[in-house]
Design a protein around this ligand. Structure first.
Ligand SMILES: NC(=O)c1ccc[n+]([C@@H]2O[C@H](COP(=O)([O-])OP(=O)(O)OC[C@H]3O[C@@H](n4cnc5c(N)ncnc54)[C@H](O)[C@@H]3O)[C@@H](O)[C@H]2O)c1
Length: 332
């Protein structure tokens, strides 16, 4: 007897089951799921794989997403503890790991998350040797170095989400001050994602008008308008959200998806992301820091050479020293 399916559908040719644009998210916590939902809503992937060590949570998150299949256009969502589910990924986003406790700095997290990276990265590379890895777990700059070392991938394929979020917060806050949408407020935060990040006041502009040409004291202590506070707020905003809701998720999910879009669609947009900066700006160590990078299908293909003023260069060097002081003691 024929089934309803057989009576309804006549097969003509074999289905091509190979994914062409697969994204894996490792870690289905608050950040991982914010990334997942925003990747689905932006239609970036034809397959989404989720991996986590907590099997019940993983299954629950996958089912919850699948029940919303009617409302997005990603035909395949898979999940599992085994890294085989990530096979053939174009991009793997790592959000797994311990998150900051209230009062804990991002750098304090390093040892706990180093151990976790060691358990994650070999499985990723084994199953997707040509993938790009985007690291979000904190402290993101040091863990990007750690993942680069463990993975054996070229540095161009291992990218830290870095200051993409800090710069988005910077532009939002400038926009609030001026009453202009953040997309029209241009400004870059470079260096460490976090406490020692460096705002490039010399480059802040709206419609090509440098704000420093209107107020030469912009970003300095002697500025009567105290624009410097905008960067202070950028540094504090992660901690503030953490204090208020216990974690951060939506803004990081959106900013990671923006990076994924540049890579998967080969957009070659410029983003402040964490990359190997040895040999640049007087930095001699193997440190990952955010500088403006061109992101495309091959990961970071180019960097933009920013002319830093002596004060900015000194701050970037200080940011590098802060990271090196933690990184040099790590046993990978
Ligand atoms: N780079 C940024 O801008 C940024 C912003 C926000 C948060 N973060 C970082 O992202 C990370 C995740 O934050 P969260 O709020 O989602 O935390 P969370 O605790 O909600 O989720 C972490 C997930 O990782 C999983 N996990 C732990 N060890 C694992 C392992 N060995 N293998 C697979 N999965 C494992 C846990 O089961 C959990 O589901 C933290 O390190 C946090 O500091 C980074």
């Amino acid at each position: 007897m024929s089934t309803v399916k057989e009576k309804l559908i006549q097969n003509l040719t074999e289905e091509d089951k190979t994914s062409r644009c697969k994204i894996t998210v490792v870690g289905v916590g608050n950040v991982g799921m914010a990334c997942a939902i925003s990747i689905l809503l932006k239609n970036l992937a034809d397959e989404l794989a989720l991996i986590d060590s907590d099997e019940n949570k993983l299954k629950g998150e996958m089912l919850d997403l699948l029940h919303g299949s009617l409302f997005f256009s990603t035909p395949k969502i898979v999940s599992g503890k085994d890294y085989k589910v990530s096979a053939n990924s174009k991009l793997v986003i790592i959000t797994a790991g311990a998150r900051q406790k209230v009062g804990e700095t991002r750098l304090d997290l390093v040892q706990r998350n180093l151990v976790i990276m060691k358990s994650i990265v070999p499985g990723i590379v084994q199953n997707s040797p040509d993938c790009k890895i985007l690291i979000v777990s904190n402290p993101v700059d040091i863990l990007t170095y750690v993942v680069w070392k463990i993975s054996g991938l070229p540095a161009s394929h291992v990218i830290g989400s870095g200051c993409n979020l800090d710069s988005a917060r910077f532009r939002y806050l400038i926009g609030e001050k001026l009453g202009v949408h953040p997309t029209s407020c241009h400004g870059w935060v470079l260096g460490e994602h976090g406490d020692s990040s460096v705002p490039l006041w010399s480059g802040v502009n709206v419609a090509g008008v440098p704000l420093k040409s209107l107020n030469p004291e912009l970003g300095t202590d002697s500025d009567k308008e105290q624009w410097k506070k905008v960067h202070k707020q950028v540094v504090e905003s992660g901690y503030e959200v953490l204090r208020l809701k216990g974690y951060t998720s939506w803004a990081i999910g959106l900013s990671v998806t923006d990076l994924a879009g540049s890579m998967l669609k080969n957009l070659r947009r410029v983003h402040p992301v964490s990359t190997l900066v040895k040999g640049l700006y007087g930095i001699k160590e193997e440190i990952f820091l955010s500088i403006p990078c061109i992101l495309g299908r091959n990961g970071i293909t180019d960097i933009v050479k920013v002319n830093l003023n002596p004060e900015e260069e000194a701050l970037l060097k200080k940011s590098a020293d802060t990271l090196w002081n933690v990184q040099k003691n790590l046993e990978i």
